[in-house]
Structure formats: structure tokens, C-alpha cells
Write a protein that binds this ligand. Structure first.
Ligand SMILES: Cc1cc2nc3c(=O)[nH]c(=O)nc-3n(C[C@H](O)[C@H](O)[C@H](O)COP(=O)(O)OP(=O)(O)OC[C@H]3O[C@@H](n4cnc5c(N)ncnc54)[C@H](O)[C@@H]3O)c2cc1C
Ligand code: SF4
Length: 578
């Protein structure tokens, strides 16, 4: 590939600078370049070339020295946080950060797990691609129960943008007409296995408000002509997506938005360029560009643009904003409200239940599937739950024990070998993804003295769960067990997260909310178009913008919000308003 788009130094004043190249940075670059703007994408990590830089792809565990586990000492020394992520392993470690180089602090007793993919493509190379729309239940939630400020937008503002990004990205799923989970523009869904189909019937008969659907995900089950034009092919259901996918069968920056942006010849990319801060011009009250530290040479440089889009992931963006200090903004750019860094949210994962399903011993399945059955939220929709606010989804699948399950069982000798050769019992698991309330006390700030090896002030992250979260976790486990029982499961085992230490805040990797959108500049950082209230040409479209976190996986919403904000920003630029 012609690599002329990679730049180092440049005196050019770009029409726009996009910071970050993950899910939101990729979308911002695509939208802005396709609208004719000359754009510079600034990425702190190294370049990752589609297909060429996926060394773990297709490498089976038995070809790796430790069967995809890693040298214990190496993990202890360098990946002590990243290893907590389920997708971390020998074949995917290149997309995770070395924790020694990316320090941050947390108070005693309040662990936070910050999982990062700092490379070209960001976490778009790692995500599980679960993709769900928010509904008006979510956009109304803060207003309805008084937690957090009101969203400045509603579903109708985002609806066309969901459709727009879904068509390009390719989302598989089924039309279901569920009010709390609007349908997307779908490619065909993945299939249920026979046990899941039988359980679905039982569950829906017993609980009419709990529909079990196939998980919606950004995988090409049947590529449309425009996907093939992007160089993307049908998903082979290998379920190896976090190692990189040369088929381009799932959505990533590399497979989808970057090729589209590069096709315009309007995109330049600076990699290994850590944005230190936004350059602010007090005379015009505009962002003029960004200051960067070259991660390889430690040199500092400046890049200039007519507007700046911060898409460096929730905490990356917040770190840059807090570090962008001027006389007008002594606590961080566009922070006249004082809420920058506050209202950090994540999802509640880890609680649920599992049970054995008898009666299907003549059934088996072959192959894999990069998604699983999903029960959308039914709590606090029609009736208020007595114990907690907001809702959760449940997801899980039915699978049959095979030789792999025996790795954790005791045994030896001929009998044990014989057992391993036979398929075991069927199990069905259900685990929750719960909504958290936005709280001022869950916050990030810059550490007053500690810096990383490049000289960036470290983030201090202070976040903890509350009674509402624990009560929801309790209900998730009880309800999962209740559903499993109705489905005929035996020997049901519940798991409930009851303490911060059981599962750290952040580990759901849906951190959001630290530069929230809102109607009032006194209580929010961004307006309804993701423009900072204070600096008209500064936009934030990653998860930092979220006013509440809903119960759905968030990245599809980030995509739609980014495309919408780009449309607004370009119109404003052309009108000379920013
Ligand atoms: C294993 C895993 C599974 C997940 N599954 C799902 C899922 O199923 N569904 C879902 O919705 N979400 C999922 N997520 C979350 C999803 O990946 C994130 O929501 C999404 O990537 C956020 O997009 P982003 O553009 O804000 O950030 P990122 O994709 O993280 O990109 C941010 C980019 O900014 C760069 N950057 C940061 N700081 C700077 C700086 N100072 N200067 C320059 N560049 C900088 C980073 O290097 C990075 O490339 C998952 C995440 C992981 C890790
Ligand atoms: S499951 Fe599909 S998207 Fe994932 S790696 Fe395999 S082919 Fe690619």
C-alpha cells in the first residue's frame, strides 16, 4: 500500500484534526474526509496494517509455547492489568498495552482496571462487536428518575445516524420490534442451536416480557455489495475476532472506516504521536491544534487545524482535556462547568447463573459463533423495581461439555481418557450487563506529581460501586436463576458481585461519561452536537460524551453520535461559525 499518508512534521493547517484512530476516530476521519475536509488523524500508538499485522490470526493454541497462556513472569511484570481482560492472551497481546508504560493511580480499596488498545485502530481491533441501539427509555432515563442531567438528544435525533453507520459497518441480527431495543439495519442473524431454541420457547412462554433474541454484532453474515467494495468478506464464524480478521468480516477501523477515509486522498496520519494537550487561542476562543510528544524520539511538535475532534477513548480524551490548561481554563479546556472528569460510569458485568440442561443427550453442534443469545432489559420499564433504578440485559448460551472441560477436573488413567472422549452435559449460562447511575464522586483527575515515561501527567482514577449496583447484581443473579429454572435447568449456581474487589470497576471496558453532554453549560461539558459549550471548534465524540450509560454495549451509539457530530461540524465550518 502507498504509505504517503503517514506524516511526521507538518506546518499545514488542516481543516480538522482527529485525535485517536479507534472506533470513534475512524468514523470521524471517514465522515470528515468524505465531506471534503483535509484531515489529520493523530494516534499515540504504532501503525497496524490490515492483514499484515495480525500475527496471532489463525494460530491455534497448540502451536503456541504455553497454549495461548503466557510466561507467568512476563505477565506479572508487564501485563498485570491487561491480563484481566478475557481477550488477552499470547495471540492477542500485541493489541494490549504494556502496563509498565501506562501507569495510573487509584486509591486504596478502589481498584480500577483500565484496558487499553493504544495502536492505530485502537480497541476497534479487540472489541467483541456486540452492537445495540439505545432507545428513548435510555435517553429519558436521567430525567425520569432524577439521577444525572437530562440528555440533550432523544432517539429521533440519532435514529437516522444509527441506520447510516449500521449500513456501512454491517450489523447482524433479527427484527424484533422490542420497544426498549430498536431494530437496526440488519444482515441475517447467527443461528441458535437446538437447545437454545427449545429454551427460548420455554422462557418466552413463561415470561412474556423477556424475549430471547440472537445477539446483534458487527459481523458480515451476508456482505452487501458495498461491503465487498470495502474489500470485506463473509464471516467464517471462527470466533477469533480479537486477533485481527484478514477477511475484514468484522468491523474495525482497519477493515472499514480507514479504507473509506484513505480513498478520499484527504487523510494524513501521524502515528507514535501522543497528544499532550489542545492548543487554545484565547483571542479567538478557538482550539488551534494539538501539541504532541513523539513516543519514539521524545520530541515535541504542534499540529494545526480549524477544528479538533477528540476521539482518544473516554479516559484518553479526558486526560488530554484536563492537561490542556490556560488562563481561561485553569482546570482543563472547556471545563467552565467543573464537571470534566466526573460522572465516570462502566457496566455491571460478572453476575449471573449457570445450570445443567438434561434431555438433549442426542444433540450436538459443531462450529463456533462470535455472538450469543441475548435477553434485552425488562426491569424498570413498566413497573418500578423496589430495590434499584435502571435495567440490565442478560446474555449467554447453551453448550455441551467436551474434552476442554476436563482440564479443570481431577482424574487420570484409562477411565479418565475414556470420559474425555465423550461429550458431557449441556449447560446454559446467563450473565448480566447492568446500567450504573451517573455519580459525581466517580471521577478521574490528573495526579499532581506522577508522570508517565513520556512526561504526561498520570490519571488518578477514583471510582466505586454503590448500593444500587449491588442490589442490581443481586437481582441479575436471582433472575438468571429464575429463568434457568423455568427453562428446566438443574443444579443452578449463581454468581453475584458484592464488592469492588470481586470485579474491578473498568473491567467491563465500557468506561464513559467524563465530559458529558447536557443542556446546561453549567452542568455539562458538551452540547447536543458534541461541541464543547465553551470552545465552539472543539468536539468530543467518544464515550466521554455519554450522559447516562444505559444497559446496552455502547460502541454503536458512539459511532452514530460521531457521524452526527461530524455532519453538524462541517455545516458549521462551511457557514463560518467555527
Ligand atoms: C475485549 C473487548 C471487548 C469489547 N467488546 C465490546 C462490545 O462487544 N461492544 C461494544 O460496544 N464495545 C465493546 N468494547 C468496548 C469498545 O472497544 C470501546 O467502546 C471502543 O473501542 C471505544 O472507541 P473509542 O474510539 O472511544 O476508543 P478506542 O477504540 O480505544 O480508540 C482510542 C484511540 O485513541 C488513542 N489515544 C489515546 N490517547 C491518546 C493521546 N493522548 N494521543 C493520541 N492518541 C491517543 C488510542 O491509542 C486509541 O487508538 C470492548 C472492548 C474490549 C477491549
Ligand atoms: S469470526 Fe468472522 S469476523 Fe471473527 S475472525 Fe472469524 S471470520 Fe473474522
Amino acid at each position: 500500500m502507498d504509505k504517503n499518508f503517514y506524516i511526521k512534521k507538518s506546518a499545514q493547517v488542516f481543516d480538522a484534526i482527529v485525535v485517536g484512530s479507534g472506533i470513534t476516530g475512524g468514523w470521524a476521519a471517514k465522515e470528515l474526509t468524505e465531506k471534503g475536509l483535509k484531515v489529520l488523524m493523530v494516534e499515540r500508538g504504532k501503525p497496524v496494517e490490515h492483514r499484515q499485522d495480525y500475527p496471532g490470526e489463525g494460530v491455534q493454541a497448540w502451536k503456541l509455547p504455553f497454549r495461548n497462556a503466557m510466561n507467568y513472569q512476563l505477565v506479572e511484570d508487564q501485563y498485570y492489568i491487561q491480563r484481566q481482560c478475557y481477550a488477552f492472551g499470547d495471540s492477542s497481546k500485541q493489541f494490549f498495552m504494556n502496563d509498565r508504560d501506562y501507569p495510573y493511580s487509584t486509591p486504596e480499596g478502589k481498584p480500577f482496571s483500565w484496558i487499553r488498545g493504544n495502536q492505530l485502530g485502537g480497541k476497534s481491533l479487540l472489541w467483541a462487536r456486540q452492537s445495540y441501539r439505545l432507545s428513548d427509555y435510555d435517553f429519558n432515563a436521567n430525567l425520569a428518575d432524577g439521577h444525572g442531567v437530562d440528555w440533550p438528544i432523544r432517539y429521533k435525533d440519532l435514529e437516522q445516524w444509527y441506520s447510516y453507520v449500521e449500513r456501512h459497518a454491517g450489523i447482524s441480527g433479527s427484527k424484533e420490534n422490542i420497544p426498549v431495543l430498536p431494530d437496526s439495519e440488519f444482515l441475517p442473524p447467527f443461528e441458535f442451536n437446538n437447545v437454545e431454541l427449545a429454551l427460548k420457547k420455554k422462557i418466552e412462554a413463561k415470561f412474556p416480557d423477556r424475549k430471547m433474541i440472537m445477539g446483534r454484532c458487527a459481523h458480515l453474515t451476508q456482505p452487501a455489495p458495498h461491503h465487498l467494495e470495502q474489500g470485506r468478506l463473509q464471516c467464517q464464524a471462527r470466533n477469533e475476532c480479537h486477533k485481527g480478521c484478514s477477511f475484514g468480516a468484522n468491523f474495525s477501523t482497519q477493515s472499514s472506516t480507514l479504507p473509506a477515509a484513505l480513498k478520499t486522498n484527504n487523510l494524513s496520519i501521524a502515528t507514535n504521536a501522543i497528544v499532550h494537550s489542545v492548543i487554545y487561542d484565547p483571542k479567538t476562543n478557538r482550539a488551534k491544534g494539538v501539541r504532541i510528544i513523539d513516543s519514539e524520539t521524545m520530541e515535541t511538535r504542534e499540529y494545526f487545524g480549524k477544528m479538533v475532534f477528540l476521539c482518544a477513548s473516554t479516559l484518553g480524551t479526558t486526560q488530554i482535556m484536563l492537561n490542556s490548561i490556560s488562563e481561561r481554563f485553569p482546570t482543563g479546556i472547556a471545563n467552565s462547568s467543573g464537571v470534566l472528569g466526573h460522572y465516570l460510569m462502566d457496566h455491571l458485568y460478572g453476575s449471573g447463573a449457570v445450570g445443567r440442561i438434561d434431555g438433549f443427550e442426542d444433540e450436538y453442534y459443531s462450529g463456533r459463533r462470535p455472538t450469543a443469545p441475548y435477553i434485552p432489559n425488562f426491569r424498570n420499564v413498566k413497573e418500578k423495581h423496589p430495590n434499584f433504578f435502571r435495567g440490565y440485559s442478560l446474555s449467554g448460551s447453551a453448550s455441551r461439555e467436551n474434552w476442554g472441560s476436563f482440564a479443570k477436573k481431577d482424574g487420570f488413567g484409562a477411565d479418565f481418557k475414556k470420559q474425555i472422549q465423550n461429550a458431557g452435559s449441556w449447560y446454559f449460562s446467563l450473565h448480566g450487563s447492568g446500567e450504573m447511575l451517573p455519580r459525581y464522586d466517580n471521577q478521574v483527575s490528573l495526579h499532581p506529581t506522577l508522570k508517565d515515561k513520556w512526561g504526561m501527567p498520570q490519571l488518578h482514577i477514583e471510582a466505586s460501586f454503590t448500593e444500587n449496583d449491588y442490589k442490581m447484581n443481586e437481582d441479575i443473579a436471582n433472575t438468571a436463576a429464575e429463568i434457568l429454572e423455568a427453562a428446566g435447568a438443574k443444579d443452578i449456581v449463581k454468581h453475584v458481585i458484592r464488592r469492588n474487589e470481586d470485579r474491578p470497576f473498568g473491567l467491563s471496558i465500557h468506561e464513559m461519561g467524563t465530559a458529558r453532554m447536557g443542556r446546561d453549560p453549567k452542568t455539562s461539558v458538551l452540547n447536543g452536537n458534541n461541541q464543547t459549550h465553551d470552545v465552539p471548534n472543539l468536539f468530543v465524540t467518544d464515550g466521554a460524551c455519554m450522559t447516562s450509560n444505559a444497559w446496552q454495549n455502547p460502541s454503536l451509539t458512539y459511532m452514530a453520535i460521531t457521524a452526527r457530530a461530524c455532519d453538524f461540524a462541517v455545516k458549521q465550518l462551511k457557514l463560518g461559525k467555527i
